[in-house]
Design a protein around this ligand. Structure first.
Ligand code: FMN
Length: 447
């Protein structure tokens, strides 16, 4: 099912018993994040949360919506996250033949049912997830916003998931990091001395939210990619106060701009590392317009040590990444990025040694470009019988010759481990026929 927007997806989750409504009033200062964080870590009973009354907010909030493999799969219209590699392989094949279709411009969209006369970021459920969050400027956060910008020269759009710290009714700090596309666009505008149009979007089609949270070089922009993931183009509309295109089925659109050189102190921000990201200078966003659905539900997420909701966005991205990696490195059979190692910081890469060539070379290439370029640890192991952290540990500790099989990158800040079986390690333990025999006779043993 290709959900058009966030509200439509929430309706489907509710029908399937995957959404829990909380009628009690909840404080967006710490309390909401504590509830969402706890629920997202539950092995059972982990559901999406609909906060009907958020203190100080005119609108309800929804959290932990992507916070389980089942809901993440539902969001993308697949049975299981394991279906995603085939979907991405199909998309990549298609892109070799033809360009991705552009988003579809529509009129009278849901995101413009109400045009706010007096835009007020304070009317939204703004989170403080951890006590010191936003202490430098005293703001609170939109934690699941899409930030839309365009390249100063080419006009090429970008939609990135970056936190936003609201400072007042019409000002906010944009949390993109150096190296992100939003920051690249900002530098382009700064260099030309022009003000940069920006739109902050709350909600939208779930595949667009996923597409905004990861990047693979060479893929089309997030609108087109989300259209391919969704199997129908994303519907868009032009902003009222700029030329940017924004998702028509969003809950809220906040339009505005950033002036060159105008910044503020953003942070600290309690992060998935379990520590605060330090205070830093971030571009100041000024609001020019705010439009919304009549009854918007605002997406929020609790950020903290794993497992949290964002782990399942990362898991979906990992599954989509596999065929992309395989096209560049044919020896790769599977990849696993353990939730504990937070997104792209560590990867287990299962290879077919016969096709892989030099493992050392493979690790170096993975560090050169692409999603694993900043992976602090890459462990390469034989793919049969699959990538598994316990097996990677066993193989790395028991099989590796540390002098030969460790590879260091980026001046010793990145570690690669070649944990594949080497010819000089003796014959592997195998008793294939007996395995089949014992399996066939298993009942006879009464075990
Ligand atoms: C919940 C969540 C919050 C994120 N917050 C930020 C952030 O504040 N700043 C940032 O630069 N990236 C953040 N990211 C990572 C970016 O979304 C990711 O790097 C994405 O690829 C950025 O888009 P871009 O490649 O177009 O720049 C976050 C990701 C998730 C899932």
């Amino acid at each position: 099912m290709a959900w058009k927007g966030w509200s439509e997806f929430l309706g489907a989750l509710e029908e399937q018993g995957e959404l829990h409504r909380i009628a009690a009033e909840v404080n967006p200062e710490l309390e909401l994040a504590e509830i969402a964080g706890r629920v997202s870590a539950l092995p059972y009973g982990n559901r999406g949360l609909f906060f009907e009354k958020v203190t100080g907010s005119r609108f309800p909030a929804a959290a932990n919506i992507f916070g389980s493999p089942r809901r993440m799969a539902l969001a993308l219209g697949v049975e299981s996250l394991d279906d995603l590699p085939a979907l991405m392989a199909h998309i990549l094949e298609r892109l070799e033949r033809t360009a991705a279709p552009p988003p579809l411009c529509v009129t009278d969209p849901p995101c413009r049912e109400v045009i706010e006369e007096f835009p007020d970021l304070g009317s939204l459920p703004l989170l403080r997830g951890w006590p010191d969050d936003g202490a430098a400027a005293g703001g609170r956060y939109l934690t699941l916003p899409l930030v839309i910008t365009a390249d100063a020269g080419t006009g090429e759009p970008n939609c990135g998931l970056y936190r936003v710290e609201a400072l007042g009714p019409d000002r906010a700090l944009l949390g993109w990091y150096p190296g992100s596309d939003g920051e690249r666009h900002f530098r382009g505008y700064e260099a030309s001395g022009r003000r940069m149009p920006v739109a902050i979007v709350l909600g939208g089609a779930p595949p667009l939210i996923l597409a905004a949270s990861f990047s693979l070089p060479g893929l089309p922009d997030e609108f087109r990619l989300a259209g391919l993931l969704r199997r129908e183009p994303i519907e868009v509309i032009r902003c009222l106060t700029s030329e940017l295109l924004v998702p028509a089925c969003a809950e809220v659109i906040i339009e505005g701009y950033v002036l060159p050189g105008e910044t503020g102190l953003e942070g600290p921000f309690g992060n998935h590392t379990g520590c605060y990201a330090p205070i830093r200078q971030a571009p100041l966003f000024r609001v020019t317009a705010m439009t919304r659905r009549k009854q918007p539900v605002i997406p929020v997420t609790a950020v903290g040590p794993p497992p949290q909701e964002d782990c399942w966005l990362a898991k979906a991205a990992e599954r989509l990444m596999l065929p992309w990696l395989q096209r560049r490195h044919p020896g790769i059979v599977d990849i696993l990025m353990p939730l504990e190692s937070i997104f792209h910081r560590a990867a287990l890469v299962g290879v077919n040694s016969a096709l892989c060539g030099s493992v050392r070379e493979l690790i170096r290439k993975l560090w050169e470009a692409g999603p694993l370029r900043r992976a602090r640890v890459i462990v390469v192991l034989d793919a049969d019988p699959g990538c598994d952290p316990a097996r990677a540990w066993w193989q790395a500790v028991n099989r590796c010759d540390w002098q030969r099989d460790l590879i260091f990158g980026a001046d010793g800040t990145l570690l690669g481990v070649d944990a594949t079986r080497k010819g000089d390690q003796g014959r592997a333990l195998e008793r294939r026929e007996t395995v089949d025999l014992v399996t066939a006779r298993w009942r006879e043993y009464g075990l």
